[in-house]
Design a protein around this ligand. Structure first.
Ligand code: NAD
Length: 267
């Protein structure tokens, strides 16, 4: 038992959604813990900014502009990341996602397809590419049993409750939880762990846009609901990602970690 369990020196991590918010904070923290970080997102400018921040702090970052809902782009980027590290990939954090709100009776097929394509299929493609790469890689001699690879998905507090307008978003996140639990049972025997993070309300560009567009004040409401009296910051979730990525969670798989300030969606 040692704090060295959090040390990711020599590990390769691939993160989607790394151009902003939770993904950027996670990429910065995994890099600080010693991992070589591959940052993927559809926002090239944001990716350059994340990579610059990592490099400024002495870390190693590569960028992969891509659309997570395009399987071929995801496969190609994950293969390139692994190839750059001698065929190994230790950590996948599938974080990219979009917010969508529409009442059930107004939800169209287009709404459903768009949200499921990004928030579910985008996570599925990343998990599949990562698991295949991890299964192929020889067990690194520096790793202990149970840490051949860690896959982390990004769910949401929306999986625990319904909420006005949350049909598409919540359905996609519920599917992510199912993917996480199922994949964990299938790759666990090979030493690969799969866990989900289900954040509460976190202050990011996504939630800022949501409050502005819907003309709501969910942030203030959530802060009052939390026993901790505040909403979350991206760093709160990045620490959960680091825990699940590292050997500190070597006996944890198929789980949903809920950093939500003690408050689930209160509807
Ligand atoms: P954000 O908007 O700051 O970041 C999301 C990132 O995903 C952006 O950089 C965006 O460009 C990228 N992205 C979106 N669609 C993409 C696509 N098709 N291909 C590639 N990249 C794409 O949002 P955030 O709050 O940091 O959210 C990150 C994740 O956390 C999302 O999956 C979100 O659902 C989840 N989450 C957020 C909260 C919250 O309160 N912020 C709560 C629960 C879950």
């Amino acid at each position: 038992m040692s704090l060295k369990a959090y040390d990711l020196t020599g590990r390769t991590a691939f993160l989607t959604g790394a151009a902003s918010g939770i993904g950027r904070a996670s990429a910065l923290l995994l890099a600080e813990a010693g991992a070589t970080v591959h940052c993927a997102d559809r926002d090239p400018q944001g990716l350059h900014e994340t990579a610059a921040l990592i490099k400024e702090s002495g870390g190693t970052a590569h960028i992969h502009p891509l659309d997570v809902s395009d399987r071929a782009q995801v496969d190609e980027a994950v293969a390139a990341a692994a190839e750059a590290s001698g065929g190994r990939l230790d950590i996948m954090a599938a974080i990219a996602g979009i917010m969508h709100s529409s009442p059930v009776l107004e939800t169209t097929d287009e709404d459903l397809d768009r949200v499921l394509n990004i928030n579910f299929k985008g996570v599925l493609y990343a998990c599949q590419a990562a698991a295949r790469t991890m299964l192929k890689a020889a067990t690194p001699t520096t790793h202990t049993v149970g840490t051949k690879g860690s896959i982390i998905t990004m769910a949401s507090g929306a999986v625990d409750t319904g909420g006005p307008g949350l049909l598409c978003y919540g359905a996609a996140k519920a599917a992510v939880v199912q993917l996480t639990k199922t994949l964990a049972t299938e790759v666990g025997p090979h030493g690969i762990r799969v866990n989900a993070v289900a954040p509460g309300w976190i202050r990011t560009p996504m939630t800022h846009r949501h409050d502005a567009e819907a003309q709501t004040h969910t942030e203030g409401f959530m802060a009052r609901m939390s026993p901790l009296g505040r909403v979350g910051e991206p760093a709160d979730i990045a620490h959960a990602v680091l825990h699940l990525a590292s050997d500190a969670s070597a006996f944890t798989t198929g789980q949903i970690l809920r950093p939500n300030g003690g408050v689930a969606m209160p509807w």
